[in-house]
Design a protein around this ligand. Structure first.
Ligand code: AKB
Length: 335
């Protein structure tokens, strides 16, 4: 195994997306703004993302565009957040394969060829499928997803682990649950309802939910997601027995329980349930996750539960709504 190098010059792909945008800001605070290069494909960055440090356009599926930015800034660490999510992946499976597999392969090859210090590549609860145990889903279990997004995430985990074993590239990743956040809207996922419902509560007082009321999925609030991601990247390599496939959990609730929690703050809030094609995707995913490997190997510990997250989300969104700027980023558009 090659000697471990320091992480000094960081590149974030998908930096305009839901997780990438907040992760980039957190990384800039931690490592210095000039040391964190945000990259996006087409969506224009706004606010702190474009004013707070370097920004470049790349297409992860075109390796030379990635190589040019890595070489220009002397990058040694990549957080590879660019991906096509589950719902769009079902509409455009070839695009999902190209971005999620060819894009990842390009990132790994750039890391291997240039001897980069570390790569983060997120996986997802989408690696699981209808044959997987749905409650307290174990770390090691059946991975037979029924979505193209899930297929790319299982393949991606295997590819990352291959690069660790075969080439000594230090690749790390977690299986994110649905991520709930107040800054950039998610784009094209199945768990997007759990974000949209908060905006609807603040803006309109009613919401039409695209999954059934009894749909239970694992979720996590963005501050936990960002902290956990950085913690894993800063963990001692020798403590890790897993690399790119850590189960990572925080809370689980049904769409109805989420609505009920919001109603405690917005008593007149009304929700109707009109399941669409995304219901089948949600039904193929676990209800809750066993993340004891992450807790043991790098000390993962979430802070927010449903009540704390809801209070924080609504306070932030209400403050922005009062200032006339409820919506910030729209999330990435499709190529
Ligand atoms: C999606 O819904 O596609 C994502 C995910 C769970 O990976 N949020």
């Amino acid at each position: 195994m090659a000697e471990r190098r320091e992480m000094n010059r960081i590149l974030v792909t998908g930096a305009v997306g839901q997780i990438g945008s907040e992760l980039t800001v957190a990384l800039r605070h931690r490592y210095g703004a000039e040391n964190v290069v945000a990259t996006g494909h087409r969506t224009k960055p706004t606010g702190e993302l474009c004013e707070g440090g370097p920004f470049e356009y790349i297409d992860v599926a075109q390796r030379q565009t990635l190589e040019a930015v890595v070489d220009k800034y002397g990058i040694d660490t990549i957080y590879h957040m660019a991906a096509i999510l589950s719902a769009v992946g079902e509409e455009r499976p070839l695009l999902a394969w190209n971005v999620n597999i060819n894009g990842l392969h390009n990132v790994l090859e750039v890391a291997r060829e240039r001897g980069l210090a570390r790569v983060f590549c997120p996986s997802s609860i989408a690696v699981f499928g209808p044959d997987t145990p749905r409650d307290d889903t174990p770390q090691e279990t059946i991975l037979r997803p029924t979505t193209m997004y899930g297929v790319t995430k299982v393949s991606g985990e295997l590819l990352c682990d291959y690069y660790v074993r075969r080439f000594g590239v230090d690749v790390r990743g977690v299986r994110y649950p649905g991520i709930i956040s107040s800054e950039t809207l998610p784009g094209g996922g199945t768990t997007d309802y759990a974000v949209a419902i908060y905006y609807a509560a603040v803006e309109k007082g009613h919401y039409t939910c695209f999954v059934r009321e009894d749909t239970v999925l694992p979720m996590m609030y963005m501050p936990d997601c960002v902290r956990g991601t950085i913690d894993l990247m800063e963990a001692d390599f020798d403590q890790l027995r897993h690399h790119a496939d850590f189960n990572m959990s925080s809370m689980s609730f049904s769409a109805g329980e989420l609505a009920a929690e919001i109603k405690k703050h917005v008593p007149d809030f009304e929700v109707e349930y009109k399941p669409d094609a995304r219901q089948a995707i949600a039904d193929s995913w676990p209800c809750s996750i066993d993340d004891s490997a992450a807790r043991e190997e790098w000390g993962w510990q979430p802070e927010y539960d449903l009540a704390a997250m809801t209070a924080d989300m609504l306070a932030k969104l209400r403050q922005r709504a009062a200032a006339g700027r409820l919506y910030l980023g729209e999330g990435p558009t499709c190529p």
